[in-house]
Ligand binder design. Structure first.
Ligand code: FES
Ligand code: FES
Length: 140
């Protein structure tokens, strides 16, 4: 069984989106031990003993009332249109934010673009999403 099927079909958590199902679009991105993975390529059996976070688990109260700073930045900067790419995009940003903080990096726009290159968005043109990521480091 693939991790995306475990999440969506067995656990009923529909925030993780099925896009290409071929590892190209990033819509299905979740965190495994804090790292972004494409759940459409990841075998569910390999999460044994690991910590998995989906978009549903990201809010600070785990109920959606207290949004994560990445979610707040995406809303504030207008990085969301249809929303299909958004859960996966946010999980990738979350992993990137952790990587930057651990390594004391303040990324520039080119580094942010590179970090997001595995997540496709058909609506926003990416500029506002990049603005949102940049704002996380300007206003931590
Ligand atoms: Fe997994 Fe597109 S649905 S990368
Ligand atoms: Fe529509 Fe990204 S907001 S695909």
């Amino acid at each position: 069984m693939l991790l995306i099927d475990l999440i969506r079909e067995e656990l009923g958590l529909k925030g993780t989106k099925p896009g290409c199902l071929e590892g190209e679009c990033g819509a299905c991105t979740v965190l495994v031990n804090g790292d972004a993975v494409n759940s459409c390529l990841f075998l569910a059996v390999n999460i044994d003993g690991k910590d998995v976070t989906t978009i549903e688990g990201l809010s600070r109260d785990n109920q959606g009332a207290l949004l994560d700073p990445v979610q707040e930045a995406m809303i504030h900067c207008g990085g969301i249109q249809c929303g299909f790419c958004t859960p996966g995009m946010i999980m990738t940003i979350k992993s990137f934010q952790r990587h930057c903080e651990e390594n004391q990096i303040v990324p520039d726009r080119e580094e942010i673009k590179k970090a997001l290159e595995g997540n496709l968005c058909r609506c926003t043109g990416y500029t506002k999403i990049i603005d949102a990521v940049e704002s996380l480091f300007r206003n931590p």
